[in-house]
Design a protein around this ligand. Sequence first.
Ligand code: F6R
Length: 259
Amino acid sequence: MKVLILPDAAAATERAAGLIAARLRARPETVLGLATGGTMEAVYARLIRDHRETGLSFAGVTSFNLDEYVGLAPDHPCSYWHYMRRQLFDHVDIDQARAHLPRGDAPDPKAEAARYEAAIETAGDIGLQLLGLGLNGHIGFNEPISSLSSVTRIKTLTQSTRNANARFFDRPEDVPRLAITMGIGTITRASDVLLLAHGAAKARVVAAMIEGPLCASCPASALQMHRKVTVVIDREAAADLRLRDYYELVHPDGREAEI
Ligand code: F6R
């Protein structure tokens, strides 16, 4: 696991967006795994700026988002499809026919989850998976004690996740109880994983993910088994890391190791 510690959230965002842009320039036909949530908004804003100012292109990209709320149609203002259009898709040259999210309003959500998993496999799996980190250690909506080899399926959201996401809804009780999410097995089949987290509130869970035991109680700890994970965090989110000095020695200011 590569741990890059940047001075603040803005620098961490810049670093993560730079890694995504570099990947798209090197391999324009990347299958991108995308995330939603507050952390990603600034990343997408940075990528849009890159698209406008430097011509960064998404034209060759196929994308699969991690998750969608069960019951929300794509045109619902709180759906993740709506989020993705607002935050990224409508502002870059991605072919929206190749931008995939699970259908939250599918009549049979279980069948939809199976269809989505099969579509990811057919696309050859994810090339670069972008992840945020839930306060309870979730990645996607894989809540604690999710199977570490799970595939796309329906998950019941914890109250802590519903509380954390209530800010995106008019009323807390409007946050759906169920979501379709890629599984941890789906996510860890990606060739490369890039996780971004910042802020003091994430310090405890960042430490659990990187240095804690590999266990389903902290689903993100499954990334310890992956060969190519880059974790980009700011100093606040790095505060509880026991080996922080070591990570900063290997990657001063979040730079690549000088080997
Ligand atoms: C979003 C997702 C979630 C978020 C996580 C962090 O598609 O799958 O795992 O990445 O909940 O959310 P924020 O960035 O709002 O703290």
